[in-house]
Design a protein around this ligand. Structure first.
Ligand SMILES: NC(=O)c1ccc[n+]([C@@H]2O[C@H](COP(=O)([O-])OP(=O)(O)OC[C@H]3O[C@@H](n4cnc5c(N)ncnc54)[C@H](O)[C@@H]3O)[C@@H](O)[C@H]2O)c1
Length: 272
């Protein structure tokens, strides 16, 4: 039984991870912003801590004794620059520093496909290895910064850090893009368990994606840390609208990388 600390514990990804990690026999420390409730806490296996993601001291206390910190807290969308800078960039620095102070040797950081949103879907940059950051938004810049922080903490302090460029996390694939980009809840849990047990050292950037038939990115960086996804969006393809074949090849960032998408404005109703 290991002890895992999660930031962003009431968020979508953490909520689907928790039962899977408990079922795998682990105890959890659930860190969430003050005033935000965490539902259905199992008092035998879980403990909640109210702390802001930018609070180094409180998080260092919360992370004490943990084998792995899974950092999920963020503005998980485009936002004005001051918000992104504060919560996503300062927040990630604070989580890394708190993990170091608490003596935690392993970190899984939630990066995003938007750290590399300008990479063309059909390019070898996507399909072979891992492209350099090519962020499509302020949000994407914050994920590139998260990866840089992960690299620094691994290099300087000997921590094992995995930055996962999560593509499209959902219960099931919801649109044409997700047939190639979907990350299932079970595969997300496999990723966490891989980071918990990997013998790899240093910093690794991997794709957070399932073993989708139509995926356009390389599974090998993930396999190198023991992340072997099992689910395939193709099982849902009959219920998902197909991509219009007359459209030009897209960028990995999808709508975030469109010229009409306005910087600093949350996704949804923001074109113009
Ligand atoms: N869901 C996806 O498809 C996807 C894709 C790529 C990357 N990601 C990344 O994965 C992570 C989790 O995503 P999610 O979908 O669960 O997001 P979410 O928005 O559901 O959850 C984010 C959590 O962060 C917490 N949070 C925000 N500000 C905070 C603060 N100041 N202090 C403490 N906690 C704070 C929120 O309360 C929330 O619980 C995020 O970092 C996101 O950027 C998600």
């Amino acid at each position: 039984m290991a002890l895992l600390a999660l930031t962003g514990a009431s968020g979508r990804i953490a909520t689907t991870l928790r039962p899977r990690l408990r079922a795998a026999g682990h105890r959890l420390v659930l860190c969430e912003a003050p005033g935000v409730a965490v539902a259905d806490v199992d008092p035998g296996l879980e403990r909640t801590v109210a702390c802001d993601v930018r609070d180094v001291e409180a998080q260092a206390e919360a992370f004490a004794g943990a084998d792995l910190v899974v950092h999920l807290a963020a503005h998980a969308d485009e936002r004005p620059w001051p918000d992104i800078l504060s919560v996503n960039i300062d927040g990630t620095r604070a989580v890394c520093e708190a993990a170091r102070l608490a003596g935690v040797g392993r970190l899984l950081l939630a990066s995003s496909v938007h750290a590399a949103g300008y990479v063309p879907v059909d390019s070898p940059l996507a399909s072979e290895g891992m492209p350099l950051p090519a962020p499509d938004t302020y949000y994407g810049v914050s994920k590139a910064a998260l990866e840089a922080l992960g690299g620094m903490y691994a290099g300087r302090f000997g921590m094992t850090v995995v930055s996962a460029r999560i593509m499209n996390f959902d219960g099931s694939p919801a649109g044409p893009r997700s047939l190639q980009a979907w990350l299932s809840a079970d595969d997300m849990a496999r990723l966490v368990l891989a980071v918990l047990t990997t013998e790899a050292t240093g910093h690794h950037v991997v794709w957070g994606v399932s073993r989708n038939t139509r995926r356009r990115v390389d599974l090998r960086p993930g396999l190198a840390i023991g992340f072997d996804p099992q689910d395939d969006a193709e099982a849902y393809a009959s219920g998902v609208q197909e991509q219009d074949p007359s459209l030009p090849p897209k960028l990995l960032g999808g709508g975030f990388a469109d010229a009409g998408y306005r910087l600093g404005e949350p996704h949804g109703g923001t074109r113009g």
